[in-house]
Design a protein around this ligand. Sequence first.
Ligand SMILES: C[S@@+](CC[C@H](N)C(=O)[O-])C[C@H]1O[C@@H](n2cnc3c(N)ncnc32)[C@H](O)[C@@H]1O
Length: 270
Amino acid sequence: METENFKVNKIIQGDCLKILSGLPNEIIDLVITDPPFNVMNKEDLKFTHRTDIIQGVEFDQFSSYEDYLRFTERWVKIIVEKMKHNSSMYVFFAVQYITDLMNICLNHGLKYKGILIWHKTNPAPKIRKSGYVSSTESILFMVKGKPTFNFLGQNKMHNLIETPICMGNERLKDMIKKTKNGKNATLHPTQKPLELYKHLISVSSNEIDLVCDPFVGTGTANVACRLLNRFCIGIELNDNYVQHAIKRLKRTKLKTQKTGIKGWSQNSSI
Ligand SMILES: C[S@@+](CC[C@H](N)C(=O)[O-])C[C@H]1O[C@@H](n2cnc3c(N)ncnc32)[C@H](O)[C@@H]1O
């Protein structure tokens, strides 16, 4: 595959396993990603009255947990080859599976740096009042070598991050699908808050670094990178999400991206 086809500020439609294998090795400074979780249950899918909540997750279906682990192992192996010697990786992952992900990453040569907990301050209510409300997600932090780590101040560096789930104008809407009360449904069931991505990217990369999100969904990583003056390769399988993500990226105010240091400009390829 021709590597010069990779636009460093673009969202690429396709299977990340195939797309990533065409990238040169050791070029990525930071991976931030939110892969399918293999956790969606029928209760989640019944939500139609709160448009900020999950409404059907076809990408989260695996035939078995073993199948899910095989998929996880495949993308981790490829992405580690593409990471620079000094680089970092954040992966949103279901808390019940996080040690499996950690072991896969360790087997492929990454070092464990910690687990962050994202506390959603407005989680989906529990319909059947038979258990705790699921209001947290875990984020595994792994590194290679001695990567960038911009300590932002004691109060900003807690490993518990509290924000609402993505909502309001930030949440992309599906212009065709409607909820029961006639409003536009949310486009993507798991769009992440932009501020959360901006925070992690600010800590673990510098301006004009290359960031990659192989499961970019609505393009949150690309948008955060554009605002923070980083380059980003976002990959997404679903063409509808890709089209919306491209429009979202175009609406995002461009910061002047510096050129020259790595020979890249706004429209550069690698
Ligand atoms: C949890 S969502 C990511 C949401 C994203 N963080 C956001 O803010 O919009 C995972 C995404 O991975 C995509 N996906 C699943 N398998 C994929 C694959 N093999 N290659 C690329 N994308 C894939 C799904 O379509 C889904 O949009």
